[in-house]
Design a protein around this ligand. Structure first.
Ligand SMILES: [Mn+2]
Length: 437
């Protein structure tokens, strides 16, 4: 028997991937985890008959000869397939993997691995279905598109690739139903999720690590709550912290650690991988620990120690500014400035006197003076003295905000009144598109 499996608490991408892989291999048996995420349960409430699956605890491991694993490859997350994996280790089961997660030390390995950093795992399978000439009907196309939308935040998360978008485009052509997808993508929180959220909001602790706001919260679970990740995301948004790590202690003594980050310089996947048994993506990760081995308080302490030992550092103005900076004196005649700008290929320069910033002047100001036949005038008479400047230690975000809201092309960088560098719109653009240091 050939089975197709994924991780426990299957989310939309995992479930869609299982179904897609089972279509790719006619005759294979799609297997679902014992527990499903709330959104998959809601989807199946309506679609169960369209997508019949076998529960993982109903699979006879001895009869499995081949296993396709999708959206996961960490052995620790494949406990429901432990018996089949043992047979794989003995060479009795051929295994194949389709996954899009970063590597961990606990990964299973096999001869047939398709591991590519696309936004959703189901994208890898949709590409293969399409190449094989399989035409999904609208219901099936809707499921696959849901998987992609769920894992890529409707194609908006930073991990999204052109391949995910191309897969969505094809699925829409096959009749994927956006109205139905909206039903499952924007679901209200369950009553348990809401109760948990309210209690988290009252108990979150905020710590500042080198200018980054990190929220942590320890929460004893008095009831079963599905979809804790969504709760953590929403609490993070409401509290406005850069990253939030929740330690959820269940009555059985298990600690589920769930983390979300919305800034590029805090990689919670890496952080949780070093803290406990788990990992994930830079923006969303989960890990697990046992309360008898480590208390949630001790884990939180260790998390902050890890962060302080290797503090995440947002980019600062001084990382990107040009220094030293070419300045001109207010007494310089405008015709000389025109020649300087052409030679330096600058569109503007700060004006300084005795090292102090007194204004800025741009090529546009010079062009206007030229039209006024006033090129013999000094720079000082035509410069703008209302200058926005920024400090070298300020965050790049702040510079971006200034350049955006004030619509200025260059920001002189000033320390104690003295001009020490300049940051231009071009510098920021290059940095934002990842082409500079
Ligand atoms: Mn996934």
């Amino acid at each position: 028997m050939h089975i197709v499996v994924s991780h426990p608490n299957a989310d939309l991408d995992a479930f869609a991937s299982v179904i897609a892989a089972s279509r790719l291999y006619p005759g294979s048996v799609p297997v679902r985890s014992v527990m499903l995420s709330p959104v998959v349960r809601a989807f199946l409430a309506l679609h169960k008959d369209r997508f019949p699956t076998t529960r993982s605890d109903e699979v006879d491991a001895e009869s499995v000869t081949r296993m396709t694993v999708v959206d996961v490859r960490v052995r620790g997350r494949l406990k429901e397939q432990a018996a089949v994996l043992e047979r794989m280790d003995r060479g009795e089961v051929a295994v194949e993997i389709f996954d899009h997660h970063p590597a961990t030390s606990d990964d299973i390995h096999c001869a047939a691995e398709v591991v590519e950093p696309v936004g959703a795992c189901v994208t890898l399978l949709v590409e293969r279905l399409r190449a094989a000439g399989h035409c999904p009907d609208p219901v099936e196309a809707t499921l696959y598109a849901l998987g992609i939308y769920a894992d890529t935040g409707s194609l908006a998360f930073t991990g999204t690739t052109g391949r995910d978008a191309a897969a969505v485009a094809w699925l829409l052509e096959q009749g994927a139903d956006l109205r139905l997808m909206g039903r499952y993508l924007h679901r209200d929180l369950s009553p348990e999720q809401r109760r948990t959220m309210v209690s988290l909001l009252g108990t979150i602790e905020t710590t500042e690590v080198s200018g980054i706001e990190i929220g942590t919260v320890i929460h004893p679970l008095t009831e079963k709550v599905n979809g804790l990740g969504e709760v953590v995301s929403r609490v993070q948004n409401i509290e406005g912290v850069d990253a939030l790590v929740g330690f959820f202690v269940s009555r059985g003594g298990r600690i589920d650690i769930i983390a979300r980050s919305r800034v590029a310089w805090v990689d919670v996947g890496d952080l949780l991988g070093r803290l406990a048994d788990g990992g994930g993506h830079a923006a969303a990760a989960a890990a697990r620990a046992r309360a008898e081995e480590s208390s949630p308080e001790a884990l939180r302490e260790r998390l902050l120690t890890l962060l302080n030992a290797d503090p995440p550092r947002p980019r600062r103005v001084e990382d990107l500014m040009t220094s030293p900076v070419r300045c001109v004196h207010p007494d310089l005649p405008l015709h000389a400035l025109r020649d300087n700008l052409a030679e330096w290929r600058h569109t503007g320069v700060p004006v300084s006197s005795d090292g102090r910033l007194v204004g800025v002047i741009s090529r546009r100001d010079v062009e206007k003076a030229e039209r006024d036949d006033a090129l013999d005038e000094p720079v000082g008479g035509r410069m703008s003295t209302h200058v926005h400047s920024i400090g070298p230690e300020d965050a790049l975000e702040q510079a971006l905000e200034l350049i955006t809201t004030r619509d200025v092309g260059r920001l002189p960088v000033v320390r104690d009144g003295a001009i020490i560098g300049i940051l231009t719109r071009t510098d920021l653009l290059r940095c934002m598109y990842g082409k500079a240091g």
